[in-house]
Each structure stands twice: as structure tokens, then as C-alpha cells.
Design a protein around this ligand. Structure first.
Ligand code: PSU
Ligand code: MN
Length: 302
């Protein structure tokens, strides 16, 4: 294995024995949620994966090592340090490795490390995508390019409407990334089950999803898959509440000239503040829901 990869003993054993393993990201811990809910959620995700029969591999860069499987202390450290930890996407990995530094991995960087470790399924909350106004800013998350070239299936709850969901789907289509809706024809919009945009294929069981991923892997060409799993009905938020918070956050980002990698964390934090924590409770539940589905998919892949 790559000299820069470090597997935890549990992840290493599970991979060696061919047991199901799922990847979990760490930008969601340091930049996506406030402390201490970020650490509590990360630990709950690991427990939920195990309950559903998969070993969790929470992924981050620690001391320049590409780690798959973190200790509780490492998760606590990422959560406490929060935005002081480098948000690490594809372009940041070589620098962090060379400097023996720490980084909380985005969907893109988590996919890279998962693929290097031999992990095929990954659960997160929301993916990065094409930002609103990208026709002039060109702000398009590296997550989308990663799904086009790295063989990892990503389970998410759609994308937040801080993004342009229509353009995000167009981009994924161009890049040849299949977008599946679990029990739905419609792309969910993270806090809400509906977005007004359709996915490519509706799927109804973890087994069916597993068969698609296995077929993609058997053909041996690059690229991943996106599985959109709607937030459970009871935790979904009223569209008007969330739209108002997102529009306000976008307006403030524009006024304050927020750019580049700061954009997504800024918008996530403002939406959370503006909805007074209601969105955080929904966020936690949808992540857990995605972890359970990813674990079932990994188990069904055989
Ligand atoms: N969207 C969310 N929660 C998150 C993120 C996005 O609803 O935590 C994080 C993920 O780690 C994602 C990253 O990969 O933000 C995308 O950042 P950017 O747009 O800068 O690529
Ligand atoms: Mn960006």
C-alpha cells in the first residue's frame, strides 16, 4: 500500500477479511457543524455504521498521514480545532503530506484516500457542487470532478440549495456520473425531500444500488456514483424557512466578498445560525440516515 496511507487496526482487519467498510469525511466535523455536536455526530455515525454491519473509516490527514480510521481523540481534536484545521480538498493533499500537517478532508479528498485504501462506499451529508452564480465566478466544487474520476460511490442527502442544483446535475451528466435517487425520482435538497429536479434513476433497495456499483467496478473504467437519499420525513424542514436562511446567507457572503474555499463553510455556518439550530438537528439526522444506507449498500456488495 501507498507509503502515505495509514489504516486503523480495525479498518485494516475489516479490509483484509473482506468485511464491509464505509468511508466518512472530516470537513463535516471541522467546518460543517459546531462543537460539540460535530464530535458527537461523528461518533454516532461510526456506531450507526457498525450497527448496520460495516466498519467505519473516518478519513482525515493527521501529521501528513492519509488516515482511514481515526481514534476518538483524533475526532475530538478535529472537532475542537474546528476551522483552524485546514479544509483539505484534492489540491491540498500533497502539501499537507510534505509538511506532515493535519487536514480535514472534503468529499473529494475523502474519495481519493478511500480509493487508495480500497474502500468503495462513502457516506456524507451534502456534497459540494456548482455554486449559484458560477457562470461568472466559476466556483464549482472539486467534489464533482472527483466523482468523475475516482471509483467511490457517495451517499448524500442531495445538495443544499446554497448551490445551483440544476447546474450541478448538468455538470454531473457531462462528467458521466450516474445520479441515483433512493426511493425517489427527485433530487432531494438536503433539508427538504424535494428540489424540483429529477435524478437519473430511481432505486429501491441497497441490493439494487450494490449491483450498479459492482457493474461499474467490473467494467474497470474510472468514476464513481452519486446516491441521493432524502432526509427522513419527520426531520425535513419547511422549504420557506430554509430558503429564507439560505438567501440571507448568500446575500451576506456577497456583501462580505467571501470567496474560494471559504464560501461553503461560511454559508453552512450562517444557515445554521439563522435557523437557530433547527437545521443542525436535521443535518445530524440526515447524515445518520446516509450512514445506515451506505453500510447496507457495502454489505450488499459482497
Ligand atoms: N455541504 C454540506 N456540508 C458540508 C460540506 C458541503 O452540506 O460539510 C463540505 C463537504 O466536505 C464538501 C465541501 O466536500 O464542504 C465542499 O466544499 P467546496 O464547495 O469548497 O468544494
Ligand atoms: Mn469552491
Amino acid at each position: 500500500m501507498n507509503q502515505h496511507i495509514k489504516l486503523s487496526p480495525k479498518v485494516e482487519a475489516a479490509l483484509k477479511e473482506g468485511r464491509p467498510v464505509i468511508a466518512l469525511e472530516s470537513t463535516i466535523i471541522s467546518h460543517g457543524m459546531p462543537y460539540p455536536q460535530n464530535v458527537e455526530t461523528a461518533l454516532k455515525c461510526e456506531a450507526a455504521a457498525r450497527e448496520c454491519g460495516a466498519e467505519p473509516a473516518t478519513i482525515a490527514v493527521i501529521g501528513g498521514k492519509l488516515c482511514a480510521g481515526l481514534t476518538e481523540e483524533e475526532i475530538d481534536y478535529l472537532g475542537r480545532e474546528g476551522t483552524k484545521v485546514t479544509k483539505a480538498s484534492r489540491r491540498d493533499l500533497p502539501i499537507l503530506v510534505a509538511k506532515k500537517a493535519d487536514g480535514a478532508t472534503t468529499v473529494a479528498a475523502t474519495m481519493i484516500i478511500a480509493a487508495l485504501a480500497g474502500i468503495k462506499v462513502f457516506a456524507t451529508g451534502g456534497i459540494g457542487g456548482v455554486h449559484r452564480g458560477a457562470e461568472t465566478t466559476m466556483d464549482i466544487s472539486a467534489d464533482l470532478e472527483e466523482m468523475a474520476q475516482t471509483p467511490v460511490a457517495v451517499v448524500c442527502a442531495g445538495a443544499k440549495s446554497i448551490l445551483d442544483l440544476g447546474l450541478t446535475l448538468e455538470y454531473l451528466e457531462t462528467k458521466g456520473v450516474p445520479v441515483l435517487g433512493y426511493g425517489t425520482k427527485e433530487l432531494p435538497a438536503f433539508y427538504t425531500r424535494q428540489s424540483g429536479f429529477n435524478v437519473d434513476y430511481k432505486v429501491d433497495s441497497p441490493e439494487e444500488i450494490a449491483s450498479f456499483i459492482n457493474a461499474q467496478r467490473e467494467m474497470d473504467y474510472p468514476g464513481g456514483m452519486l446516491i441521493a437519499n432524502p432526509i427522513p420525513e419527520e426531520y425535513a424542514m419547511p422549504k420557506e424557512t430554509i430558503d429564507a436562511a439560505i438567501n440571507q446567507a448568500l446575500k451576506e457572503a456577497g456583501e462580505q466578498g467571501i470567496k474560494g474555499k471559504e464560501t461553503t463553510p461560511f454559508l453552512l455556518a450562517r444557515v445554521c445560525e439563522l435557523t437557530g439550530g433547527e437545521s443542525l438537528a436535521s443535518n445530524i439526522q440526515l447524515v445518520l440516515n446516509n450512514v445506515r444506507l451506505a453500510a447496507k449498500i457495502a454489505a450488499a456488495m459482497g
